[in-house]
Design a protein around this ligand. Sequence first.
Ligand code: ADP
Length: 500
Amino acid sequence: MRIGAPDQSPAGIAPAVTAFLKTPRMLIGGQSVDGEAGSFEVFDPANGQVLARVPEASEADVDRAVRAAAAAMQGPWGTMPGAARTGLMLKLADLIEEHGEELAQIETLENGKSIMMSRLIEVLSSAEYIRYMAGWATKIRGETLDVSIAIPPGTRYTAFTRKEPVGVVAAITPWNFPLNMAVWKIAPALAAGCTVVLKPAEETPLTALRLAELVREAGFPDGVVNVVTGGGAVGAALVAHPGVNKITFTGSTDTGIKIGTRAMQDVKPVTLELGGKAPMVMFDDMDLGLLGPATGIGIFLNTGQTCCAGARLFIQRGIYDEAVSVLKGIVSSLPIGPGMDPGNQINPLVSARHQAHVQAAIARGIDDGATPLLDLVAPESGYFVAPQLFEGAAPHCALMQEEVFGPVATITPFDTEDDVIAMANDVRYGLGASLWSRDINRLMRLLPRVQAGTVWINSHNIPDQNMPFGGFKQSGLGREHGSGALDNFLETKSVCVAYS
Ligand code: ADP
């Protein structure tokens, strides 16, 4: 079913969605399978009802998936030319679009997010992402190298590098952009010629399982993409499996530290895209007309469940009162409700557990002395939390330091550039940040001082496949996207040729 217009309410749940939700299965070695460890429930965050039962993988299932991925490296995939991989990936992107409405509805049902976001980001931007990465499959290249080796005397040498797929990739993804994150991992891995075992988050495994069906339909050889579902223990079994050659993870910093530590025990390459506590720094000379997108996209996109969410606003004293008043008005006007209505900009959080986490962070902020500015009411059924802005949060309180990952931001006034840079950088994270000003000299002067993998100017929270993405400090290791994305999945082999 073709995707609906982004701002159109679905007429109802598509029949293909209802059919899929009855028996979602994992994909191992080209076979659609149940989980040896049984199954678990996935909930609809809009109403707290059970949406589907999903297979729970056992350690043996994980083992079979890794073996299937390793076997596929030895099969036709291992020698397939880049252009053929491109062709399969483009087919997959087309299938994602063909089934776009179905995928968007599944995403909104399992995650709670706006159907508009599901259509635009989870589906359309995922298809574009695959197409972008598909292009790199034919552009893998090494270097020829002049070398100065002088032994034995008289022998001559030349050298070159080959880029070779690292092998079996374990991809572990979070629940905030489930289909998009799966694609961010799978697409560059496939372009590089690797095979993949994907473990999506237990809250939102359904679009990954539907993606697995489309992978089969696209004609990828068996075992090239495998999807196993379950909780953190399934992810941990995958990370520790000796057949895995590379780990790529997006999720919380705490889990990332565990995964990175385990990876180092086996000296396995690992890419980590972790948490954030992004500052949005607004100067007196900014265009106040930008406060709308700054709020809707910068802070509250995906109901604040983005790792780059502008959770800490710093506003210069000269515009402080006016900006705070405008912000309060904007946030108070954001419609709250289920994601199936595209008019709702604040949707339920992903799970009851996460709802409790965000509510606890708000309560703790008040206990720690911060002042809540809003008194909004969220619907009672479903995992809703009303948006909140705080003033007066102490620099080292939990609200300023720890990721809330919900519709919550702090606002702090500042006077000088030095003051605000010190405050902006005063967290363990360094994923995203933004500077808002009309003064190009100021912006260029401050850019090198901001500790973040991405700095947006007069905008915030907008990634692109061509823009490297990753974190400074405890926000991660390595960069995804862009021309270097495939390097995460390639080994470099130096070849040294002697001749006389
Ligand atoms: P959150 O705490 O917000 O749910 P996590 O970072 O723990 O986020 O989860 C992101 C992904 O990591 C999920 O797919 C989850 O199942 C997985 N995961 C959790 N713990 C582990 C672990 N110890 N090893 C591997 N994967 C894990």
